[in-house]
Design a binder for this molecule. Structure first.
Ligand code: PMP
Ligand code: GLN
Length: 378
């Protein structure tokens, strides 16, 4: 039977986490916190389960959760969305991305995306018959070269995918970038799929540039978010997509046959938990402190950090240490030195290797300092 994705293997996140486990390495590879989540929300889920909220949620999501999301979007981005028709709760951002692509990208449609790109984008485009057009972010700033984007837009271009704050690079898009995108999208009648799962993990006093801040952009965007990042619960797999009513109408057609709905008690618990703004507003300072802790404890190491302005990933260059490919370096680091990280070349279609590894700093200080102690000696 011919494969629809002949070149796709097991996701690097599974590969590295498994290797870390097998070799007893400190796992800074796959992005997830190693600390406990707030017990308050665990008790809320428990309570809702005991109270009998264990059956299907409405297809677009529990109304209470959509309402509080709409309120937070208004307060954060000064953008009004109708919770009834413009927000859909999804099993993680991953399904939101897939449903958004399934809804709009068909055979022969081109989608522009930027490498290094999160690993689910390209397969989601291809499984729906679309053609991924991979452009590289400029090295070493990881910014978008808009002149190149302009030359690669064709009559078949349907969508541009962006991701800010960026996984794996930790860079953020500027206001100017968003304005340029807005102009291009309007000129060529394009949709924007904006992956903003790290919206709250933004450092050094920056303001997150959501597409929702730009009315003309918001009018043609599907913006994707994840509670896994915001409330440290990646294993709960709850996210959401925000889009104008006519676009959402199409996304829901796909979503209802991919997942239909998301588990009820967690949605109710999230709706109640989000009533206290500090629970999401504190994220930036919390993770900035972790980034700084990680960098401070790395001081004196031969690994060179690339500036991280958001997300919970720090890129480190090992070009002063070794010239081996990043996949080999990641393997050696895991098996021999017992620290696992993600090789960045796997996020490039052409496997560009800039000798960079991605380290997740969503970890206890104890974990980070142990890892740094090892890294400093290499
Ligand atoms: N997009 C990016 C950039 C991510 O880093 C992740 C998860 N790490 C996702 C999407 C998927 O999020 P979820 O786990 O909510 O499906
Ligand atoms: N998004 C997480 C990361 O970048 C991993 C998600 C996954 O394992 N699929 O590490």
């Amino acid at each position: 039977i011919p494969s629809r994705l002949p070149d796709v293997g097991t996701s690097i996140f599974s590969v590295m986490s498994k290797m870390a486990l097998e070799h007893g390495a400190i796992n800074l590879s796959q992005g997830f916190p190693d600390f406990a989540i707030d017990e308050t929300i665990v008790h809320l889920v428990h309570r809702y389960m005991l109270e009998g909220h264990n059956q299907y949620a409405p297809m677009p999501g529990t109304p209470a959760l959509r309402q509080i999301i709409a309120q937070v979007i208004r307060e954060t981005y000064d953008h009004t969305v109708d919770p009834e028709t413009e927000i859909t709760i999804t099993p993680g951002a991953t399904e939101a991305i897939f449903a958004a692509i399934a809804a709009f990208v068909g055979p022969g449609d081109e989608v522009i995306l930027f490498d290094p790109a999160y690993d689910s984008y390209d397969p989601a485009i291809r499984l729906n018959g679309g053609i991924p057009v991979h452009l590289s972010l400029q090295y070493p700033t990881f910014t978008i070269d808009w002149d190149i984007v302009r030359t690669r837009i064709t009559p078949r271009t349907r969508m541009i995918m962006i991701n800010t704050p960026h996984n794996p690079c930790g860079v953020t898009l500027s206001k100017e970038a968003l304005r340029t995108l807005e102009t291009l999208a309007e000129q060529h009648n394009l949709l924007i799929l904006s992956d903003e799962v790290y919206e709250r993990l933004i450092f050094d006093g920056q303001q997150h540039q959501s597409v929702l801040r730009y009315p003309a952009l918001a009018a043609r965007s599907l913006a994707v978010f994840s509670f896994g990042k915001t409330f440290h619960a990646t294993g709960w797999k709850v996210g959401y997509v925000v889009a104008p009513t006519p676009l959402m109408h199409e996304v829901r057609k796909a979503h209802q046959f991919i997942a239909f709905s998301v588990n009820t008690p967690v949605q109710l618990a999230l709706a109640e938990y989000m009533q206290v703004p500090d629970r999401y507003l504190s994220l930036a300072a919390f993770y900035q402190q972790k980034r700084d802790f990680f960098l401070e404890h790395l001081r004196g190491s031969s690994f060179e950090p690339v500036a991280c302005k958001g997300s919970y990933f720090q890129l480190l260059s090992y070009k002063n240490i070794s010239h081996q490919p990043d996949t080999a370096m990641a393997e050696e680091l895991t098996k021999k030195f017992k620290v696992a990280a993600i090789p960045v070349s796997v996020f490039y279609q052409d496997r560009t290797d800039n000798h960079l590894l991605r380290f997740c700093f969503a970890k206890k200080e104890e974990t980070l300092s142990k890892a740094c102690e090892i890294l400093r000696k290499i």
